[in-house]
Design a protein around this ligand. Sequence first.
Ligand code: TRP
Ligand code: SF4
Length: 326
Amino acid sequence: MRKRTLSGMRPSGKLHLGHYLGALMNWRDLQEGNDCFYFVADWHALTTEYERTEVIGETIDDMVIDWMASGIDPNKSTIFIQSHVPEHAELHLLLSMITPLPWLERNPTYKEQLREQTSRDLHTYGFLGYPVLQAADILMYDASFVPVGIDQVPHLELTREIARRFNFLYREVFTIPEAYLTETPKIMGTDNRKMSKTYGNAILLSDTAEEVWTKVKPMVTDPARVRRADPGNPEICNVFSYHRIFSDPETIEKVNVGCRTAGIGCIECKRWMYDRMEKVLAPIRERRKEIVESGVSVRGLLGEGTRRAREVAVRKMNEVRDAVRI
Ligand code: TRP
Ligand code: SF4
């Protein structure tokens, strides 16, 4: 049976391998046989970027081109911009009335971000309410599946709680959604920290093959392998984690043994990994080029999607207002 699927991403410009492996691969695969809605979460970007809003608009096109290069097909999926469907704001308001404050205050992502993002003041009403807005995005479309990275699971849990509370207080209006996660282990940045464009440790979907190799070549390996003759421990090597993601079982085993016995060198090992990674990246790069050269209007496609999304949202909001009797 076709399932309604929905997911969003904050506009952050060019995307990296973490976005692809953590979410976009599932976005793409779910298009076959499901009814998919994918949107640009520009209001969510505003919760942290309210002081430099110009970056939000500028980054939308690059991001959506990377979606399409990854296989998101606007003929199969509805792609749109959150702020162009103002019904999301109304639903956010109604949900905010029934969301207990402690549910938001104890949210681990919220607490972590407050601690980490010291360069910005995030003690705002909007930032605390981030997951309520996310709940509105999801519940609006009666999504059954929400393909996201594992970091979004607490937000999904909160969405489920809010939906249950609404259904209990008024009537059964909302579908209880489920996170749809990938099997792929989380990829770290080339320096073994969280992969992020701001750290400069990310492999971008738009990088050229040469740029990718320039990032892979200096990756830190087992620090005990100072010389070629020193045996290594692949378990503590980030290159090996990448092999686990990209390589076939035989290559992984060959690396595992070769590393421990100093039978292979690190550059050779990186080269094998790079070749495998390129099998994933090259087709994305190729499609990206085709999309850019075709001169297709990304904004035009988003406009069409917005119209379709709004039809669903307008209908749903009638149902919601009716249930609340307002
Ligand atoms: N919070 C998500 C992120 O940072 C983006 C997002 C906003 C989202 N609304 C959503 C994801 C609804 C899934 C469903 O990546
Ligand atoms: Fe890492 Fe490969 Fe070098 Fe072993 S041989 S330390 S797995 S890069």
